[in-house]
Design a protein around this ligand. Structure first.
Ligand SMILES: Cc1cc2nc3c(=O)[nH]c(=O)nc-3n(C[C@H](O)[C@H](O)[C@H](O)COP(=O)(O)O)c2cc1C
Length: 154
C-alpha cells in the first residue's frame, strides 16, 4: 500500500493559502486521512520524502515570485537533485489574472515536483481572485483520488 501520509504545504504572504491549507487539514482529518498543514519554511527538501502525498497550496507574490515562506523550498526543489519518486503530488495555485505572471509560483512547484520524479495525483488548479469554487473543485478532486485507495489503519 502506498504511503498515505499527506503534507499540505502552504506558501502564503497574507494568509489566504495558509487558511485554505489549515481548513483542508481539518476536513481531511475528519475523513480519516493523515493530513498535516505545513508552513513551507518549516520543512526542508529532504523532509518531503517522509510524505507519500505532497499537496501544495501557494500564492504568487511580487512579480511572479514565491511568497517569502516558500522561497527556500522552491529554490531547493529547483536546484538540488533529490529523488521524490516515492511521492505523489498536486498543486493548487492562487493568483490574480491582473498580474502578468499569473500563478507563477504554483506552476514552478508543479514543474519542479515533476522534475524530481514525483507523480501527479491530480492536475494543477489555477485560481483567480474568486478562488472559492476552483479551490473546492481541486480539493474534492484530490480527496476523490486519495479515497480510491484504502487508508492505513494506524
Ligand atoms: C503585491 C502583490 C503582488 C502579487 N503578485 C502576483 C503575481 O505576480 N501573480 C499572480 O498570479 N498573483 C499575484 N498576486 C495575487 C496573490 O497571489 C493573490 O491575491 C493570493 O490570493 C494571495 O494569497 P496569500 O494571502 O496566501 O498570499 C499578488 C498580490 C499582491 C498584493
Amino acid at each position: 500500500m502506498s504511503n498515505q501520509n499527506i503534507a499540505i504545504l502552504w506558501g502564503s504572504e497574507t494568509g489566504t493559502a495558509q487558511g485554505l491549507a489549515e481548513n483542508t487539514e481539518i476536513q481531511m482529518t475528519k475523513l480519516g486521512l493523515q493530513a498535516h498543514a505545513i508552513d513551507m519554511s518549516d520543512i526542508k527538501l529532504e523532509g518531503l520524502a517522509d510524505y507519500g502525498v505532497l499537496l501544495v497550496i501557494t500564492s504568487t507574490w511580487g512579480d511572479g515570485d514565491p511568497p517569502s515562506n516558500a522561497m527556500d523550498l522552491l529554490g531547493e526543489l529547483q536546484a538540488k537533485s533529490f529523488d521524490l519518486s516515492g511521492c505523489r503530488f498536486s498543486v493548487c495555485a492562487l493568483g490574480d489574472t491582473a498580474y502578468y505572471q499569473f500563478c507563477k509560483c504554483g506552476k514552478d512547484f508543479d514543474e519542479a515536483l515533476e522534475k524530481r520524479g514525483a507523480t501527479r495525483l491530480y492536475p494543477m488548479q489555477e485560481c483567480d481572485i474568486d478562488y472559492d469554487a476552483p479551490f473546492e473543485q481541486w480539493r474534492q478532486g484530490v480527496i476523490q483520488e486519495l479515497s480510491k485507495e484504502p487508508t492505513p489503519s494506524v
